[in-house]
Design a protein around this ligand. Structure first.
Ligand code: F6R
Length: 248
C-alpha cells in the first residue's frame, strides 16, 4: 500500500484528484468506481477545475458508483445520483449514459443488484476505485458484520452510519435506513484502489484497515489483500498510524 500523507483536507483532495486525473490521462476510456460523501467533494472540485482548464476530459470515461440509498429518487437532493450530478457529472463532458448509480427506487432490489454486478463484470471491473471510509470502517456501505459480502446487495445501515448521515436530513427519521451497495467482489476486482480519509474521526478506521486483523468487523481491512492500494489521507486521519510508529 502506498500512503500519501497530506497536511489537511485541501491537500488530501488535491492529491486524490491528481491520482484520478493521472488515471484518466493514462487511460482515457477508464472505468472509474466513484464514491460520494464529504471526503471526495474536494477532489471532485479539483477535477472539475482541471477539466475547465482543459487538462483532462471525461469524453470516454465510464463510471460506476458504489452505492445509493433505497427509497430516494435521483432528484432528491440527498440521493447519491444527485450528489454525483451536482459535484461532478453536470460540470464535465462525461456521457450521461456512461454513468451508473444503483437505482434506489427499483421495485426489485435483487434484480437491480444482479444487474449492477453484471454491468461491472461486463466492463472488466473498475480501472480505479475511489473509496471513502466510515468511522466504523465501512467501505461503500459494507458495514461491519460476520462476513464480507461479495455481491452488490441491500444493506441495513448501522446506527452509527445513520447518525453520521443525519446531518444531511431534517430529522433522524428522514435518514434512509437501507442502501444498495457494491459488494467486496466489485471493489476488490478494481485494478487500483484509491482510499481517501480526512479528519481525526477516521483515525481508528484507517489504523484498523491498514494495521489491524483482516476481519469483516472492520470492512476496510480487506484492502490489505489488494495488491494496488493508494491511501491518501491527512495527518489527522493518519494520526493513529503515526503514533504507532508506522512509516507514512
Ligand atoms: C459513499 C460511501 C461511504 C462513504 C463513507 C465516508 O459513497 O460509500 O462509504 O465513503 O461513509 O463518508 P464521508 O466521506 O462523508 O465521511
Amino acid at each position: 500500500m502506498r500512503i500519501y500523507r497530506e497536511k489537511d483536507y485541501e491537500a488530501m483532495s488535491r492529491r486524490a484528484a491528481a491520482v484520478i486525473a493521472g488515471e484518466i490521462i493514462h487511460n482515457p476510456a477508464c472505468v472509474l468506481g466513484l464514491a460520494t460523501g464529504s471526503t471526495p467533494e474536494g477532489a471532485y472540485r479539483y477535477l472539475v477545475d482541471w477539466y475547465k482548464q482543459g487538462f483532462i476530459n471525461f469524453r470516454h470515461v465510464l463510471s460506476v458508483n458504489l452505492d445509493e440509498y433505497v427509497g430516494l429518487s435521483p432528484d432528491h437532493d440527498q440521493s447519491y445520483r444527485y450528489f454525483m450530478q451536482s459535484n461532478l457529472f453536470d460540470h464535465v463532458d462525461i456521457v450521461p449514459e456512461n454513468t451508473r448509480v444503483p437505482d434506489g427506487l427499483t421495485a426489485d432490489t435483487d434484480a437491480e443488484c444482479a444487474r449492477y454486478d453484471a454491468y461491472i463484470l461486463s466492463l472488466g471491473y473498475a480501472s480505479l476505485q475511489l473509496l471513502g471510509i466510515g468511522r466504523n470502517g465501512h467501505i461503500g456501505f459494507n458495514e461491519p458484520g460476520d462476513c464480507f459480502v461479495k455481491q452488490t446487495h441491500v444493506v441495513d445501515l448501522t446506527e452509527s452510519t445513520i447518525d453520521a448521515n443525519a446531518r444531511f436530513f431534517p430529522t433522524w427519521d428522514d435518514v434512509p435506513k437501507q442502501a444498495i451497495s457494491m459488494g467486496m467482489g466489485a471493489i476488490m476486482g478494481a485494478k487500483k484502489i484509491l482510499l481517501c480519509a480526512s479528519g481525526e474521526e477516521k483515525a481508528d478506521a484507517i489504523y484498523n484497515s491498514v494495521c489491524g486483523p483482516i476481519t469483516p468487523g472492520c470492512p476496510g481491512s480487506i484492502l490489505q489483500l489488494h495488491p494496488n492500494v493508494v491511501l491518501v489521507a491527512d495527518e489527522a486521519a493518519l494520526s493513529k498510524l503515526i503514533a504507532a510508529g508506522v512509516k507514512v
